[in-house]
Design a protein around this ligand. Structure first.
Ligand SMILES: [Zn+2]
Length: 205
């Protein structure tokens, strides 16, 4: 019986992902792809050998796993119940605040887990997520996301980032939140003002 965690494959990869010190094969077509011979064992890549022949566009394309650098897992899939039909930043904030006031750990867990299932299916293996960390839904969000972080470890790495106004960190509640975030191996961030404001549209004369 063959070992499913070992094997080899002729494939193509973006040339920019290879060691830049490796000489480019003379037959490279300049299409950005590089033919390679991949060999892996015990589920770990052992060799990425550039091949001298031109890349075969029918060969399998191999990419590194994806990293989602900015997500908001605490409020994914909330459009159906809290839509922002005007499509504005203010509308989004109003819908967000409405949802935040009703948030439960069970709801956040179910929604974020569904998002993680999709991300996993499409090759995402690391996600950094801001977490609304002030107000009635903050504790529920941290309960659910730290649970998910533990449940998904080894498949998707979750990096949780507490988001609160800058002044909050100097309050007793902010210190308590910092302790909680540190215990969850997360990190923190803050804003001194909301980053976007609705800009009046001025009609051209
Ligand atoms: Zn964000």
């Amino acid at each position: 019986m063959s070992d499913p965690c070992s094997g080899e494959l002729r494939a193509r990869v973006p040339r920019c992902l290879l060691d830049p010190r490796a000489p480019a094969p003379a037959t490279s077509h300049g299409d950005g792809w590089q033919a390679v011979h991949l060999r892996w064992r015990e589920a770990r890549l052992q060799q990425v050998q550039p091949l001298p022949e031109p890349s075969d566009l029918s060969a399998p394309l191999v990419l590194p796993t994806f990293c989602e650098a900015h997500a908001h897992l605490d409020k994914v899939f909330t459009w159906r119940e809290h839509p922002n039909r005007e499509g504005s930043m203010d509308g989004a904030l109003a819908a967000n605040m409405q949802e935040h006031g009703l948030r439960t750990a069970e709801a956040v867990h179910a929604r974020a887990n569904a998002a993680l299932e999709r991300a996993w299916h499409y090759g995402v293996r690391a996600i950094r997520s801001h977490v609304d960390s002030l107000g009635p839904g903050a504790a529920a969000s941290w309960d659910a996301l730290t649970t998910l972080r533990r449940q998904w470890r080894g498949r998707i790495e979750l990096d949780l980032v507490a988001m609160v106004p800058l002044d909050q960190w100097s309050t007793p509640a902010g210190v308590a939140l910092a302790d909680r975030v540190a215990a969850a191996a997360g990190c923190w961030a803050a804003w001194s003002a909301l980053p976007f404001r609705a800009i009046p549209v001025v009609a051209a004369a």
